[in-house]
Design a protein around this ligand. Structure first.
Ligand SMILES: Cc1cc2nc3c(=O)[nH]c(=O)nc-3n(C[C@H](O)[C@H](O)[C@H](O)COP(=O)(O)OP(=O)(O)OC[C@H]3O[C@@H](n4cnc5c(N)ncnc54)[C@H](O)[C@@H]3O)c2cc1C
Length: 369
């Protein structure tokens, strides 16, 4: 990054950061100062990389953990006078969305095609009440006054009618892969925070410590290690989609897939011991692994693109055009690229959508998240 500050969106910020790291101290594997590996691509704004770091470590940041998941959170919000207004249905795969506005494929084409136009598509055959029909893989059909869809951006074109968005996603987003491995010790005195004397986040509060490890690209499995609480750590790795093999995120995913969890955990602990100097660090008592395939995480918007992120976000948020009652929101499509990868982005899109949803439902009160 420091060799290409002139190509960065925030040249001054990049230069300021790099002044802390004179060239002779820069290690070849230190791809980003934040621990998020973004490759050599000069497509991501510095603010997005460093903004993430600030977001999660600053004193002012608020981190909300929902023990029961968003589904229960939404149900709680809708719970009024002893009745829940939200009826969750599990394990239903949505395969098509239709409205009275016309053929969904045509509508999506027109809205996707509007990205370079000054306004969105307002195409709709029937502009009065236009109910939405949701078709599920098991044959069930449900109708609703409107629909708010939340799949990851690249999952939307998998639903019939939304195909036109795939090419736009490929053009304007930065597909990344991500891996999280959570390791836990039942005895806090044996866990990494106590053994390194570093400050974990949940038990000690913000700001807290985390490790950014360097090593030989190709062998290095660990990069960004969060000290979650006094018994738990989380290895969080990202890698750009166009570097399929070398980054820690890719290596760890491959290892877990081809060699299994025992070998993966052994290798992680071995590299933790070397990286921290705690040569007798105890093996953890449990580990959980989650891999997001390429394209799940879309870090920031592409820099220097001919359409700005706010426009892409707002057009994508009405994927069948602004006259069809179909809404979309997800962290990875948030107008502010620094919110990609953070629940704040998903909430921000929901908040913006309420501006049209509330009047359409005949509700006029101010609701903001
Ligand atoms: C790799 C990655 C890491 C992240 N890390 C963090 C983090 O550390 N901190 C943070 O605050 N936020 C993080 N986020 C963002 C956070 O996960 C999201 O903002 C949050 O999950 C949004 O919740 P949601 O309910 O809107 O959507 P989701 O949790 O994405 O739920 C959407 C659901 O729709 C389902 N779905 C998709 N297609 C269909 C279909 N056709 N039919 C039926 N169901 C379908 C999916 O299976 C999924 O269960 C991360 C996101 C990613 C991608």
């Amino acid at each position: 990054m420091c060799n290409t500050c002139d190509k960065m969106e925030d040249k001054d910020l990049c230069t300021q950061i790099c002044a802390f790291f004179p060239p002779e101290t820069r290690a070849p594997a230190a791809v980003s100062c934040s621990g998020y590996d973004l490759g050599t691509a000069d497509t991501v704004a510095t603010a997005a990389i460093c903004g993430l770091t600030k977001e999660v470590t600053s004193k002012g940041a608020h981190l909300y953990l929902f023990n029961n998941g968003f589904q229960n959170f939404a149900e709680d919000l809708g719970f009024m006078v002893g009745k829940s207004n939200v009826a969750p249905m599990y394990n239903h795969q949505l395969i098509a969305v239709d409205t009275n506005c016309g053929d969904s494929e045509d509508l999506a084409k027109q809205q996707a095609g509007s990205l370079k136009q000054s306004g969105p598509s307002n195409a709709c055959n029937k502009t009065d009440d236009a109910p939405v029909t949701l078709t599920f893989a098991n044959g069930a059909k449900h109708t609703a006054k409107m629909a708010y869809l939340t799949p990851l951006p690249f999952d939307l074109p998998q639903i019939s009618g939304f195909d036109a968005w795939e090419a736009e996603l490929l053009k304007y987003t930065n597909p990344n892969t991500a891996v999280k491995v959570v390791l836990g010790w039942s005895d806090a005195s044996q866990a990494l925070p106590a053994r390194t004397n570093l400050k974990p986040c949940v038990s000690e509060g913000s700001p807290c410590d985390r490790l950014i490890l360097d090593g030989k690209l190709g062998d290095q499995l660990l990069r960004q290690v969060w000290l979650w609480d006094d018994k738990t750590i989380m290895v969080y790795l990202t890698a750009p989609a166009d570097f399929p093999n070398e980054f820690p995120a890719n290596l760890i995913a491959k290892k877990a897939w081809s060699e299994g969890m025992d070998k993966t955990v052994n290798a992680i602990v071995e590299q933790l011991r070397i990286g921290t100097g705690v040569a007798d660090l105890a093996m953890p008592d449990y580990a959980r692994f989650k891999h997001w395939t390429s394209g799940a995480l879309l870090i920031d918007w592409k820099a220097d693109s001919d359409v700005d992120g706010a426009t892409i976000s707002s057009r994508f948020s009405r994927p069948l055009g602004n006259a069809a009652p179909v809404y979309y929101g997800n962290s990875e499509m948030a107008a502010n690229g620094s919110n990609h990868g953070w629940v704040e982005g998903a909430l921000d899109m929901a908040d913006s959508a309420l501006e049209s949803i509330l009047p359409a439902l005949g509700l006029h009160q101010e609701v903001h998240i």
